[in-house]
Design a protein around this ligand. Sequence first.
Ligand SMILES: *[C@@H]1O[C@H](CO)[C@@H](O)[C@H](O)[C@H]1NC(C)=O
Ligand SMILES: *[C@@H]1O[C@H](CO)[C@@H](O)[C@H](O)[C@H]1NC(C)=O
Ligand SMILES: *[C@@H]1O[C@H](CO)[C@@H](O)[C@H](O)[C@H]1NC(C)=O
Ligand SMILES: *[C@@H]1O[C@H](CO)[C@@H](O)[C@H](O)[C@H]1NC(C)=O
Length: 524
Amino acid sequence: MFFIYKVFLSLVVILLKISLIISVPVDENFNYCEGLKAGLTFFKAQRAGVNEPESEFPWQSNITTKFDTYKNGELDENGIGYLSRGYFDAGDYLKITNPLSFSMTALSWSFLEFKDNIEKCGLLEVYLSAIKTGVNWLIAAHPEPNIVYRQCGVVADHYKWERPYQIYVDQNGQPKPRDCTKQIIDVNNPSSDIVLEMVATMSAASKVFESIDPEYSNLCKKHALQLWDFGINHQGIPSYSEMYDSLDFQDEIVWASAWLSFIDRSNENHYKTYYQGKCDKLKYSNSYWDYVYSWANKLSAACIFIEKNLNENQGVSNSIINYWNTKIPKTKDGIFFIDKWGNNRYSLGGCLLEAIWNNNNNNNNNDSIVKTNFSKKQIEIILGNNSNHYSYVSQFGFKSSKLPLNIHHRSSHNPINFDKFNPINNQYPIVGALLPGPTDLNDNYYEDRNNYEMNEPALDYNSVFVGVMASLINEKSSSVKLSFPIYNENNDPNSVLGFSFKLLIPLQLIILNLISISIIIFLM
Ligand SMILES: *[C@@H]1O[C@H](CO)[C@@H](O)[C@H](O)[C@H]1NC(C)=O
Ligand SMILES: *[C@@H]1O[C@H](CO)[C@@H](O)[C@H](O)[C@H]1NC(C)=O
Ligand SMILES: *[C@@H]1O[C@H](CO)[C@@H](O)[C@H](O)[C@H]1NC(C)=O
Ligand SMILES: *[C@@H]1O[C@H](CO)[C@@H](O)[C@H](O)[C@H]1NC(C)=O
């Protein structure tokens, strides 16, 4: 009897050990400054037209500054393409005004809320440069009051799988400039969704740089005012657009007018008529898209912004956060689940709303509302505390989580002969790209470069990831330096001394079980 009891106990010990290995515990001492750094690193990786021989991302040593131009190769007085800089959108080489603008607004808004945290991490300069890189490009994409360039590159480019330098030259090695003026937004081709999001971006940036760089701040404000006139006086959206087509722009009217009110207080009453009463529907709407904060949906963000900064809409923010907390579906592991493509961006968009609403909020003093804390839990799941034991951030996560390498990203892969499957592993790992993650309520996820729904990062995803990370900086967080590993062509992070960690895991199990069996025999 005693013997059976001992065997049973030992089995329990074995199972416990196995579960220790195959679970990824929450790291309570996690330094969220590291998370913020990782999120900002992705913005560095996405920079275009930098031509930096010293760049930690090898392909950036090779990038031409003459590529994206206004018209047929026209360059500025420094010999640089007007739109050559800025950011590539995702795992491709397109530059797209709409999600870029969303991302820069989210970064700037988060900066205004969590500046002290960012400073504590020692990442102020890096953060500001991430904003400026995008905002400078948007300024260049707004060359006249009623003209905005919508994108560089066309959807056909998206279907190629190239090394970065291959996009700049034709088959004979001759430079192949990309004209960004073909898809134009003007009074005959309005796109108020994009133009008004740019109002939010320029207003937020103007506020960010108000005391740091007043001249730049004024420049941003000038663009914000012009863009608002353009967006409001010429309303509409194209019946067809290649990518990122928003279905309506009523939310952007509210969003843009609120931001402009915030930076142009003397005209507040003028803008107010465009946002007053527009948030009421969030007290009863049952469509979860109304509560989402993403490149296409800004109403809930606008309403929280207005209640917090402009003292209108009392109570609506709590009902938004409460909706996220109680009504948005969750996967088995507990991630908010909105859509099978790019889900983590929605999950963290909701988290950013919560983080901002709860941050230093004197308006939120209604004691009957239980303050929620879902952001931290969502981030913990994303960093590896999930049934896949995968971090959904490339090359970054909790200890003992699996770190995705083979993300759907052309320059990270660095393909041979335009082949998505050659080489097998991505050659230039990127640290800190938030991946879309699971595609269903059962947390279905696997690391597969070919699956863009699970594995393609994008600017807008990382902008909310950065914001949430900045919000979570706490007393355990400490200053970090933005430094990067040195990569080489044959980099395989799973390989150390020729061993693969993946092979080591079963080996560890065997050793642990042998130890446990020895203990049983000893006890007998
Ligand atoms: C998540 O973390 C908790 C606490 O550290 C741990 O008990 C649990 O096993 C982890 N879950 C998974 C799925 O790894
Ligand atoms: C840089 O460009 C040249 C062709 O101009 C190419 O042969 C080389 O592989 C590129 N290097 C990287 C790191 O992409
Ligand atoms: C506090 O919140 C509750 C629940 O939403 C609401 O019924 C109540 O009117 C609020 N009180 C104040 C003072 O806003
Ligand atoms: C939420 O998190 C904050 C900061 O970590 C903490 O101070 C607070 O007690 C938490 N609230 C709840 C309800 O867990």
